[in-house]
Design a protein around this ligand. Structure first.
Ligand SMILES: Nc1ncnc2c1ncn2[C@@H]1O[C@H](COP(=O)(O)OP(=O)(O)OP(=O)(O)O)[C@@H](O)[C@H]1O
Ligand SMILES: [Mg+2]
Length: 234
């Protein structure tokens, strides 16, 4: 589904990613874990072509993404749920969801997908007419993920969906990710909440200062002494 090879990227003279390689197969949920500033957001942005890689190749669903812009990548079936949710705070829940289905192909399926998102997240259905800016943090995250699903993506990118949420809500966010997985969506998720994300994905990559430092089955990483010592604090 997604194959990233030899990717480096940065901002001006600053290099944020060095020779990154990763792959996500159809139906898998894969996490990129790592501390603050490791380059997790930069990695997702380079994958969805919000920033251009300096070297390397990105192949998505059989397409080489070289030269394509973010809108073209969206049209190929990738949805990027950005850091800090970025909802239209003054619009209602349903209006925000509508924004996720802006492409002509998605517009035709708007009602079916809306029903599906409301089935997946009944709370959003209850709040469909509420102004998004007045939702709780967890509900806003739900709305942001729902908006991502409205394009009917083959691959969903999630950038730290649990960030800034209270512990009890964090668990609800990971439950949402589980639900999305069980619907058969392919997911690439970036997280600092390492212990919890490793319980809901198949595999993970550890990113440190722009480089992949380890990778493996989620259960192996969860059991790894190095990772536990460095990141989980147990
Ligand atoms: N627009 C930008 N211009 C310059 N440097 C940037 C920009 N965005 C990010 N960086 C730098 O790139 C590095 C990686 O940042 P990035 O946001 O990708 O990390 P992250 O792992 O997502 O961090 P966090 O966990 O805080 O979200 C950091 O050193 C950051 O300061
Ligand atoms: Mg980030």
């Amino acid at each position: 589904m997604l194959r990233v090879e030899g990717v480096s990227a940065g901002y001006g003279s600053f290099q944020a990613l060095f020779d990154v390689a990763l792959a996500v197969e159809a139906g898998e949920a894969v996490a990129v874990i790592g501390p603050n500033g490791a380059g997790k957001t930069s990695l997702l942005r380079v994958v969805s072509k919000l920033i251009e890689p300096r070297t390397g190749t990105i192949d998505f669903d059989g397409h080489d993404l070289a030269g394509l812009g973010a809108d073209e990548v969206t049209a190929l079936g990738m949805a990027h749920v950005p850091e800090h949710r970025r909802l239209f705070a003054g619009l209602t829940v349903e209006e925000n969801l509508r924004m996720g289905a802006f492409l002509p192909a998605a517009r035709k399926q708007f009602s079916t997908r809306l029903e599906h998102v409301y089935e997946l997240f009944p709370r959003l259905a209850e709040r469909r007419d509420q102004i998004a800016g007045t939702l709780s943090g967890g509900e806003q995250q739900m709305c942001a993920i729902g908006r991502g699903l409205m394009s009917g993506p083959k691959l969903l990118l999630l950038d730290e969906p649990s960030a800034g949420l209270a512990p009890v809500i964090v668990q609800q966010v990971f439950d949402m990710v589980q639900r999305i997985r069980s619907e058969g969506f392919t997911v690439l998720i970036v997280e600092q909440n390492i212990q919890q994300v490793l319980r809901v994905v198949d595999r993970a990559y550890l990113l440190e200062v722009g480089r992949i430092k380890a990778s493996g089955a989620a259960s192996e990483l969860l059991a790894s002494d190095d990772i536990r010592r460095a990141y989980i604090g147990l």
